[in-house]
Design a protein around this ligand. Structure first.
Ligand code: HPA
Ligand code: ZN
Length: 326
C-alpha cells in the first residue's frame, strides 16, 4: 500500500527495543540445537502459538524462558546481528537498544560474554550497515536494588561502550523509588538514565521516574494522560515517551489499536515516539508499528513524519550526529 511505502521511505530511529525480545523462534531453535538444549516446544509453530498474553507478566515468563538458550558470545552476536539486519531493511538508521544482563548473569553466563557479543554486532552494523547506536543496560525491577548494584559494578569495565541505564520487567509493585540509590550511583558513573513507567503502572510511577530517578526519557508512559499536571511537565521539560503500540495491544495495555493514546499525546505537544519493544514476541518491527498506528488512528503524513523526527530529537546523538542521520 501507499502508506507502507511512505513509512518504509522515512529514515527512522528505534529507542525502545529489548535485544532479548528480538529473539525469533527460528534463531532460538538453531541456537538451542547447537547448544544441546531441548526446548519445551516441538516446532516453530508451537512456539508462536504460545505467544498469547493477557498481561506483562505472562509475556515476561516466556521471554525469560526463551533467553535461557543464549550461552556463548556468538549467541549474543547472532541475536543482535539478526535484529540489526532486519531493521536495516526497514530504513532504521539509528538504534538505542536495551539488554538485560541479569537475565544471563543470574544463570551463570558472565557479563563479558553477553556484552562482547552484543557490542561486536553493533560495531559491525556501524561499519557494514551505517547504523549508529547507543547501548542501554537495564536493571530488572523484580530483583532487588542490591542485585542492581552488583550489575552496575560488573558493568564498570565496559563503561565506555554502555551509554545508559534502563529499568524494565514487572512494573506493578516495583515502583521506580525502589531503585533510587542505584540510579544515583549510575548517574555518578556518567550513565544516562531512562525507565519503563506507566505501562501497566499508574501515572505516579512516571512522576517517581522523573523526580526520584531523574530519567531523561520515559519508556512507554501510556498512563500519563490521566494526569494533567504530568502532561504539562512532560511538555514543558521536553521529556519524550517511547511508545510501543503493538506491544500495548499484545499485552492488553490497550484493548484495540484505535484506542492508542499516541495521537492525543501529539496533540498535547508531548514528544511521542514509536518503537517495537519485543518484536519477535509481539509480531511487528518498526514499520509495522508505524503502519498499524497510522492506519488505526488515521494519522496524517505530517503526524507520521513528526513521530519519526521526535525519535531523532529524543535520541542521545549529538547535534552534529543528528544532522548526519536525518
Ligand atoms: N515492559 C517491561 N519489561 C520488559 C518489556 C516491557 O515492555 N519488554 C521487555 N522487558
Ligand atoms: Zn520495553
Amino acid at each position: 500500500s501507499q502508506l507502507k511505502t511512505i513509512i518504509q521511505g522515512i529514515p527512522k530511529a528505534e529507542l525502545h527495543l529489548h535485544l532479548e525480545g528480538s529473539f525469533e523462534p527460528e534463531l532460538m531453535f538453531e541456537i538451542a540445537k547447537r547448544n544441546n538444549i531441548v526446548l519445551p516446544y516441538d516446532s516453530i509453530e508451537s512456539v508462536k502459538a504460545a505467544y498469547k498474553f493477557n498481561n506483562l507478566q505472562e509475556f515476561l515468563d516466556i521471554y525469560y524462558a526463551g533467553a535461557q538458550v543464549l550461552l556463548y558470545e556468538q549467541d549474543f552476536f547472532d541475536l543482535t546481528w539478526a535484529y540489526l539486519t532486519k531493521v536495516h531493511s526497514e530504513n532504521v538508521v539509528h538504534v538505542e537498544v536495551f539488554f538485560d544482563p541479569q537475565t544471563h548473569t543470574e544463570r551463570g553466563v558472565a557479563f563479558d560474554i553477553v556484552i562482547n557479543g552484543i557490542h561486536r554486532a553493533l560495531e559491525k552494523a556501524k561499519t557494514d550497515l551505517n547504523i549508529s547506536y547507543k547501548l542501554i543496560m537495564s536493571y530488572l525491577r523484580h530483583l532487588s536494588e542490591e542485585a542492581a548494584f552488583e550489575t552496575l559494578k560488573a558493568s564498570l569495565p565496559f563503561k565506555d561502550i554502555i551509554d545508559g541505564i534502563g529499568l524494565d520487567s514487572s512494573e506493578m509493585g516495583n515502583p521506580p523509588s525502589k531503585f533510587k540509590e542505584v540510579f544515583k550511583a549510575s548517574a555518578k558513573q556518567g550513565y544516562k538514565l531512562v525507565a519503563h513507567a506507566g505501562e501497566e503502572g499508574p501515572a505516579d510511577y512516571i512522576w517517581e521516574a522523573l523526580d526520584i530517578l531523574k530519567v531523561v526519557r520515559i519508556d512507554h508512559g501510556n498512563r500519563c494522560l490521566t494526569d494533567g499536571a504530568l502532561v504539562k511537565r512532560l511538555v514543558d521539560e521536553k521529556i519524550a515517551l517511547t511508545l510501543c503500540p503493538t506491544s500495548n495491544v499484545a499485552l492488553k495495555v490497550i484493548q484495540k489499536m484505535n484506542e492508542h493514546p499516541v495521537a492525543k499525546m501529539l496533540e498535547k505537544g508531548i514528544i511521542a515516539t514509536i518503537h517495537s519493544d519485543d518484536p519477535a514476541y509481539f509480531g511487528g518491527y518498526m514499520n509495522e508499528n508505524y503502519y498499524q498506528t497510522a492506519k488505526a488512528l488515521n494519522l496524517s503524513l505530517g503526524q507520521i513524519q513528526q513521530l519519526a523526527i521526535n525519535a531523532f530529537e529524543a535520541s542521545w546523538m549529538s547535534t552534529a550526529e543528528k544532522e548526519n542521520r536525518i
